[in-house]
Design a protein around this ligand. Sequence first.
Ligand code: LLP
Length: 418
Amino acid sequence: MNHFSFHDDELYCESVPLARIAAREGTPLYVYSRATLERHFKAFDDAFAAVRHLTCYSVKANSNIAVLRLFGRLGSGVDVVSGGEIMRALKAGIAPEKIVYSGVGKTRAEIERALESGILMFNVESAQELELISRAASEKGARARIALRVNPDVDPQTHPYISTGLKKNKFGVSIDDAFEVYERAAAMPAIEVAGIDCHIGSQITSVTPFVDALSRIKAFVQRLRALGIAVRYVDLGGGLGITYNREEPPAPDQYAAAVISELGDLDCTLILEPGRCLVGNAGCMVTRVLYTKQTELKEFVIVDAAMNDLIRPSLYDAHHTLTAVRQQHGPVVRADIVGPICESGDFLAHDREMNRPSQGDLLAVMSAGAYGFSMASNYNSRLRAAEVLVDGSEYHVIRRRETFDDLVRCEMIPGCLG
Ligand code: LLP
């Protein structure tokens, strides 16, 4: 359920017509609904109310500091994967003791920064990373809390690029090797073994892979405990899917019920790292039709948003529903919706049936709140879009549109070039 709906043929976000925001702020433009973000967070977090848990929103899905502040105020922690995300989280006011830090390639500088901030725990992804964290912590006279990210080898049945819990993936330590790494960790004075972590993939539309992963984790925790290694946290990662098109993912309470039932009496604090399911359907990207053209083979709708603004269709062949911001009643056509970038892979949709739009019309690309702006780039020296947060009958710009000066701000011409 989200707060984008039509009134008198006009698409609104909460009580604000999208056309009004686009007229003032320009396009392409990301629009998020505060009410939807809050509703999604509460639905997810409340679903786990029966167990000790911490919801750690996954910053990479949508990293805007206003979005982080909003979730933080609702009690959320965060899952981060870089020094930049730690900086964002702290700037947004997230308490360090609610930050978990994942990622296969943490640098020494990032590890030190995390130690100085006093984060809740590192989700360690290799034996070498563990050694480095231990060295960095002992040099600082600190003790680093860690969980080992184990790879439970379950198939999440999702797109191969976003499947992470299989043996062939680069993530974590295989469950067979993890035991030995835990024994080493338990013997390191600067390391406190606090938990166990896994994340099996993204856009998962059934509870089965989560339950399978948790059941393997649970058996493993029991083995660790038998050895006297305390495990207080079980981090199940993120991954719950959303409806882009016809998918029917479990609702948060169905997901939670399955997880809670599998967790049983393990006596651990459960950590969850939802990203997409909190923000995906709380945002859309608004774009304007620049031109339409009919070639011998195809009809093209050329819009002012491109793969640099929303890369999901190009990268994963992902489906995003496209809606005219003012409902059209013209003839239905089948068209490719494409951007201005000089690559044939620059498209938002292929062979999409829609009422033929006209030059200047606005289209909303739905379900763009997750992995939309956060994956945007400046390719083709395009300025990154603005982001706004709608709140009832008002809206706030939470990231201004970039300027040409922003584009070259970090570049310099060396003296030798005159
Ligand atoms: N935790 C970890 C360790 C992760 O790597 C991820 C996502 C999450 C949590 C959040 O997963 P979610 O609940 O959002 O599924 N760019 C891709 C998705 C990549 C997901 C990467 N990891 C896309 O646009 O579909």
